[in-house]
Design a protein around this ligand. Structure first.
Ligand SMILES: Cc1cc2nc3c(=O)[nH]c(=O)nc-3n(C[C@H](O)[C@H](O)[C@H](O)COP(=O)(O)OP(=O)(O)OC[C@H]3O[C@@H](n4cnc5c(N)ncnc54)[C@H](O)[C@@H]3O)c2cc1C
Length: 386
């Protein structure tokens, strides 16, 4: 098996590295590296720099801004982007609704939404999960009832990430309550300024405001906002969720954080237990990277390789383990979480003050994007044949 990159792919890696480290402002990348929460303007600025250079949606069809790269090049692009601390193109736009619209929407809808979605002129939210409809997504209860040319939507979505910034939300709604549960679902695009739509914050354990509930009370939606065919929402949901797992292994991010942890460890690295822990993480990371490259090299067409579940599972476990290492390196200083900078705040280093919130926040990684228990079931069924 060949594990080294060809000279051309190596040159491509250098090109990406140079672009990300010279064209995306240092302040933005520092915010990511320090684990600070980014605001809408920062995500938009970063994505627009990438999009202007054709680097925001390289995996889309070429007609809509894609680059026709191999899976391997897409992997290298993502890894270098993460290593440089560049905020990734907004997943809801770039990885979720964009590819769905390119595949299933009418030409009119594509023209209306795809360029603005790539450039983050429109910020999308994902309105799939509901109370009692997460892993068992097909149990969703939000309804859309025909009314003249349009729809009237009622119900509740939950865990809507960054919904406070959302302009539009792509939703799964029940359009045929009589049909078998997967068969009665449609996908609707809803303007989040519509009367009757309310976004309510959910406060998280790290003190941040990252997720929300979205409530719909008699929200009127024009008929033309239906994506694809009526009651075909489940097909689109499966397509979208399959894409969600692709590129999910945060190899570049984990590499960056682990390298930084070694710098931060300073004299603690002389402790053989700390050294052993770092060495184990580095080896696991290497194994993950090789697996990610193998999966990228063997992915055919639009179908995600079943091993992408292995990447989600191991990638998130490693991400959590590295955040735990940083927390332990900070030691008692990690208790200063939430202390502000400046003369009235703590004089402990920012990384130590951020270590506990970051550790706590990353517990989410094994839940979203299909929980790790569900990934294990996919691995058992499709890879191990159990
Ligand atoms: C931080 C965060 C952000 C999110 N952002 C969004 C978003 O923007 N938009 C959106 O639509 N959704 C979002 N989600 C929702 C996410 O997709 C769901 O949380 C996820 O699918 C799990 O569903 P659940 O929370 O209902 O848990 P449940 O499905 O109730 O699961 C609870 C536990 O039981 C386990 N479990 C469930 N079924 C099985 C089974 N069959 N076998 C074995 N174990 C099982 C699960 O793995 C989990 O550990 C987000 C979630 C989080 C945590």
């Amino acid at each position: 098996m060949r594990l080294e990159l060809t000279a051309e792919d190596q040159a491509f890696r250098e090109e990406m590295r140079t672009f990300f480290t010279t064209e995306v402002p240092q302040e933005l990348r520092d915010a990511v590296i320090e684990g600070r929460e980014l605001g809408r303007a920062e995500f938009v600025q970063s994505q627009q720099i990438l999009n202007a250079a054709g680097l925001a949606v390289p995996h889309w069809p070429e007609e809509w801004g894609g680059r026709g790269w191999s899976e391997l090049r897409r992997h290298i692009w993502l890894e270098e982007l993460q290593r440089a601390g560049v905020p990734a193109p907004l997943a809801f736009n770039a990885n979720m609704i964009g590819p769905v619209l390119a595949q299933f929407a009418s030409q009119e809808m594509k023209e209306r939404f795809l360029p603005t979605t790539a450039n983050l002129d429109i910020w999308w939210s994902q309105g799939f999960s509901e109370p009692d409809a997460g892993s068992d997504l097909a149990s969703l209860r939000t309804t859309a009832v025909r009314d003249g040319d349009g729809w009237v939507v009622n119900g509740q979505k939950t865990w809507t990430t960054l919904g406070q910034y959302g302009d539009w939300i792509f939703t799964l709604v029940r359009t045929d309550p009589q049909a078998k549960k997967q068969a009665g679902i449609s996908m609707l695009l809803i303007d989040m300024t519509s009367p009757g739509l309310e976004v309510r914050p959910i406060e998280l354990i790290d003190g941040g405001h990252e997720v929300n509930e979205v409530w719909f009370t008699d929200v009127r939606v024009p008929g033309e906002n239906l994506v694809g065919e009526l009651n075909q929402g489940w097909t689109m949901a499966k397509f979208l969720l399959g894409n969600e797992r692709v590129g999910v292994a945060p190899v570049g991010t984990v590499k960056r954080v682990l390298a930084r942890a070694k710098e931060l460890a300073g004299p603690q690295l002389e402790d053989p237990l700390v050294r052993a822990r770092v060495a184990e993480l580095e080896n696991e990371l290497l194994a993950l990277e090789l697996t990610a490259i193998r999966v990228a090299a063997h992915s055919a067409g639009a179908e995600p390789h079943p091993a992408s579940s292995v990447l989600k599972l191991k990638g998130t476990e490693l991400q959590q383990a590295v955040s735990e290492l940083v927390l332990d390196l900070a030691g008692p200083a990690s208790l200063a979480s939430g202390a502000p900078d400046g003369p009235d705040g703590s004089d402990l280093p920012a990384w130590a003050r951020r270590s506990a919130p970051t550790y706590l926040n990353l517990r989410k990684a094994s839940i979203y994007g299909g929980s790790n228990e569900i990934q294990r079931q996919i691995i058992a069924r499709t890879i191990l044949g159990l």
